[in-house]
Ligand binder design. Structure first.
Ligand code: SAM
Length: 288
C-alpha cells in the first residue's frame, strides 16, 4: 500500500456526498485522495459491489459496501439523505470512471443539493475525456452524447439532430453495434473524421483514426471486443441561411412528420420551433 502524504491523510471528510471517480481499466489510475476517501468515508455506495471490491482489494482496503444503482435508487436516496443529515460522509462510485457520466448518480446528487447538503467531487478517469484527448480532434468545444439509441431509425433521428453541431461529438458504444453505428454516422454526417478509441488504458488499447467512410469499411470485417468511445469531428462551419434550413427540412420531411421534423431542425439550428414549423408546413405543401 502506498504511503499517502499528510496533506491527503489530514483531509477531513465533512458530512456530504462524495462523487468518486475510479479507473476505466488500468487499476493504477486512481487518485491518492480517492484512496484515502475509500478508506475513511462513513459509507460507500457502489453500482456493483463485486466490481468495487476488486478495486479495493488491489489496494488492500477492506470495506463493507452498499448498493446504489438505477433499480434501487428511489428506495436508497432517502436513506443516504438521512445519513448525511445525521453527519455522515457518503461516497458514491460506479463500476468504472466518473459516476453520473452514463452511470447512476444524477438523481442522487440533485436530491442531496435539494436538501441543501454538500456534494464533493473527487475527480479522475472518464472514458469520454480520455478518448477525446487521444482523438486529435478539436477540444475547445465538445458535446458528450452518451449512448445512441439501439435501433437504426431512432439512431438516425438523433444523428440528424446532431449533424449541424459544430462541436466535436463524443459517444459511448458497444463493439457489437459499432459497424451499424459507423454506417449510420456516415449516412447522416457525410465523410467526417472519426476516432474509435477502444479499451483505453487496458492491455489491448487501440485507437483508429480516419474518415468515416474509410474507418467504417476498415472495421466492418473485424469482430471487435471491449469498450469503445467514438469521437466525431463537428460540422464544418457554414453560414446558416434560410436555404440551408429549408434543404435540411426537405431531407428530414422525407421520413418524418412536420411536427417531428420541425422539432429536430429547430434544435439543430437553435431557432424558434414555431418559425421552423411554419417553414416545414410551407415546404410540405409545396412538395406534396
Ligand atoms: N462513467 C464511465 C466514464 O466515466 O467513462 C462510463 C460508464 S458507461 C456505463 C460505460 C461505457 O464507457 C462503455 O460502454 C464504453 O463506451 C465507455 N468506456 C468505459 N471504459 C472504457 C475504456 N477503457 N475504453 C474505451 N471506452 C470505455
Amino acid at each position: 500500500m502506498i504511503a499517502l502524504p499528510a496533506s491527503i491523510t489530514n483531509e477531513v471528510l465533512t458530512p456530504g456526498l462524495y462523487v468518486l471517480a475510479t479507473p476505466i481499466g488500468n487499476l493504477g489510475d486512481i487518485t491518492l485522495r480517492t484512496l484515502h476517501a475509500l478508506q475513511n468515508l462513513d459509507y460507500i455506495y457502489s453500482e456493483d459491489t463485486r466490481v468495487t471490491q476488486t478495486l479495493l482489494g488491489a489496494y488492500g482496503i477492506r470495506r463493507k459496501l452498499l448498493n446504489y444503482h438505477d433499480h434501487n435508487g428511489a428506495k436508497v436516496r432517502p436513506l443516504i439523505i438521512q445519513q448525511i443529515t445525521q453527519g455522515a460522509s457518503v461516497g458514491l462510485v460506479s463500476d468504472a470512471g466518473t459516476p453520473l457520466i452514463s452511470d447512476p448518480g444524477c438523481k442522487l446528487v440533485s436530491a442531496v443539493i435539494h436538501e441543501n447538503l454538500c456534494v464533493f467531487s473527487f475527480p479522475g478517469p472518464c472514458a469520454a475525456i480520455a478518448g477525446l484527448t487521444v482523438s486529435g480532434m478539436a477540444t475547445d468545444a465538445f458535446r458528450f452524447c452518451g449512448f445512441l439509441p439501439t435501433t437504426s431509425n431512432q439512431r438516425c433521428l438523433k444523428l440528424k439532430a446532431l449533424s449541424c453541431v459544430s462541436e466535436t461529438l463524443i459517444f459511448y458504444e458497444t463493439p457489437l453495434r459499432l459497424g451499424a453505428v459507423l454506417s449510420d454516422m456516415h449516412a447522416c454526417f457525410g465523410s467526417r473524421q472519426v476516432c474509435v478509441a477502444r479499451e483505453l488504458t487496458k492491455r489491448f488499447e487501440e485507437v483508429v483514426r480516419g474518415s468515416l467512410d474509410d474507418v467504417s469499411i476498415g472495421l466492418s470485417t473485424m469482430t471487435l471486443k471491449g469498450e469503445i468511445v467514438l469521437i466525431v469531428a463537428g460540422c464544418p462551419d457554414k453560414e446558416t441561411t434560410p436555404e440551408t434550413i429549408d434543404a435540411t427540412l426537405v431531407t428530414i420531411l422525407e421520413k418524418h412528420s412536420v411536427k417531428d421534423a420541425s422539432r429536430l431542425v429547430a434544435e439543430m439550428f437553435a431557432r424558434p420551433r414555431q418559425e421552423i414549423y411554419m417553414r416545414a408546413l410551407k415546404l410540405k405543401n409545396v412538395t406534396s
